[in-house]
Structure formats: C-alpha cells, structure tokens
Write a protein that binds this ligand. Structure first.
Ligand code: SAM
Length: 203
C-alpha cells in the first residue's frame, strides 16, 4: 500500500466517530450526524415514511429504521447498498425522470421526511465540488417540495460556498422553518453543514 493511503487509513482508524460507528455496527460515521440532528429537532417519529437520498453505504437508513419503526423507508443511491431489514432501495440517480417516478409511486405521492446526505463526486477542486453538491441539494429540495406532506421535513447536506445563498433563499421561499446546523460529529475542518426545513409553504 502507498504511504499516503496508509497514513489516511491510520488517521481514519484513530478517529473517534469512525471507531464508534464500527463498534455500534453503523455502516458510516454519518450515522452520528443524523442521530445528533434528530436529538436536536426530534423529527424521526414512529410509522413515518422517509426517503433517504444518497443512502449508501446505509448509516442514515440504519438510524431511520430504528427511530421510525413501523414506517416505510426508501434509500436511493447511484452506488449499490447492501440490504438493511425493512428498508427498500432503488439504485439510480435521483435526478432521473424514471427514478423520480419510481420514488413517487413507492410513496403514493406523499412522504413525511426527505433526507439528502448527497455529496457530488469529488474532483479535487473544492469550490467546484461544493457547487455541484449545492446543485444536487437544490434538486433534492425540488423533489421534496413535490412529495412532502404539509408538515413534512427536508434535511440536506450542503457545503458553505457561493451557492449557499441560493439554497438558503430557496429554502426560505418554500418552508416556514429553515435552520442551518453543523453537528459536532461533522469534521470541524469540513465546510459541510446541514439545512433543516419544515412545513412546506403551500401556494
Ligand atoms: C456521504 S455519502 C452518504 C452516506 C450515507 N448518508 C450514510 O449514512 O451511509 C453520499 C452518497 O451520495 C451518493 N450520490 C451522489 N450523487 C447522487 C445522485 N445524483 N443520486 C443518488 N445518489 C447520489 C453517492 O453515491 C454517495 O453514496
């Protein structure tokens, strides 16, 4: 193994949340971000229906399944996701028309929660990466507006950058409550934050 890759692996293995996720059986350290945000906003409720965009490898779906026992959960990702009990999965790009149609039909056109932990493939250019992830967040918000029930919740990852204002304005135009939040389990050096939106403004 190359020295750089070895250093990266050593650093990751030492990292607190990575170790914790392995110990507790979560597939990703991201699971702790969702647990933390649910503690703060208390939105994952029993019997709810939930769409998990960018679900692979499955940490958020694992947390959702525990918190909303009895509900209906669908993960969507361009990468494969190994089976999680009581979680359904569609492999594909959530921006594609046929995938959107499948999502709509799965939930019978109404869902309580839309999560998006989607991050665009990294190019090495941080501004471009944050812009591309921002664009995906806007598309996820678009889908959320169409499919969420009136008091529904949309929670999405974004990276602070030039597209942030557009996302924030869009969120405020479409949801009554909009809160930006950086979980403690999100790396301090990362520009990642989350936007929590609740109660769709009906026109
Ligand atoms: C940070 S990971 C999500 C981690 C996940 N929340 C967890 O807890 O395991 C981001 C995911 O977004 C997916 N993704 C990126 N663009 C996508 C798209 N257009 N449609 C669906 N999934 C996408 C990637 O394949 C990747 O698996």
């Amino acid at each position: 193994m190359k020295k750089k890759a070895k250093n990266w692996l050593n650093k990751r293995n030492k990292e607190e949340y990575f170790k914790k996720s392995k110990y507790l059986g979560y597939r990703s350290r991201s699971a702790f971000k969702l647990l933390e945000m649910n503690k703060k906003f208390n939105f994952l409720k029993k019997n709810y229906s939930l769409l998990d965009l960018g679900s692979s490898p499955g940490g958020w779906s694992q947390v959702s399944r525990k918190e909303i026992a009895g509900g209906k959960i669908l993960g969507v990702d361009i990468k494969e996701m190994q089976k999680i009990k009581n979680v359904d999965f569609i492999k594909g790009n959530f921006c594609d028309h046929d995938i959107i149609k499948k999502i709509m039909v799965y939930f019978n056109y109404k869902v309580n929660i839309v999560l998006s932990d989607i991050a665009a493939n990294t190019t090495g250019n941080k501004s471009l990466d944050s812009f591309k992830t921002g664009e995906l967040c806007l598309k996820a918000m678009d889908l959320a507006k169409k499919i969420l029930c009136k008091d529904g919740v949309f929670l999405s990852k974004i990276f602070m950058g030039p597209i942030f204002e557009e996302i924030n304005n869009n969120a405020k135009a479409n949801f009554k409550t909009v809160i930006k939040y950086k979980p403690q389990s999100s790396k301090k050096e990362s520009k990642e934050i989350y936007i929590y939106c609740k109660d769709v403004i009906q026109i």
